[in-house]
Design a protein around this ligand. Sequence first.
Ligand code: FE
Ligand code: FE
Length: 190
Amino acid sequence: MSLESLQDLYLEQIRDLHSAEQQIIDALPNMVERATNPKLSAGFTRHLEQTRQQAGRLERIGQRMERKVTGKKCKGMEGLLKEGDEAIDEDGDPQLVDAALIAAAQRVEHYEIAAYGCARTYAEALGLNDDVAVLQQTLDEEAETDEQLTQISLSILSPDAQTRIAVEADADRPAARRPQSRSKNTEARP
Ligand code: FE
Ligand code: FE
């Protein structure tokens, strides 16, 4: 299609994202099955359900524009998921295979974060406030999934490092926001 307006570009991005989400819906069951770590397979299962909702949000955006969101193939996601297939086919240490699955999944999340960020910006520029809200909701879910994958990776590869980082993060927080300090403050009150 030729891009004559920002709305054209926006629709193209939404269609690309819909294809990406559909491909992820098809790919995630294999990731769930291949993951050994229970937290990882549960995380993939949870994200599969989220991904179905994300695809539904894109379909509702299309309905509001009275345009179809199907019929485009996201080639970027196709390539990333091929790399995911390579991780699925790896043999060897189950923990390292899990780490390889996470490496592939985090590439997917970052692609989505970039694409949803663009789409949300276009929706903002077009004054489509309902779309901005749902795209931001998806963007938040993708960022949260990425963070959870980092935590699972760390817990698999270096449980000691994960504890150390959690303690350091707590120490970096301002005293007033530390749960322990808060309870002390509460005790000090009359
Ligand atoms: Fe997604
Ligand atoms: Fe995602």
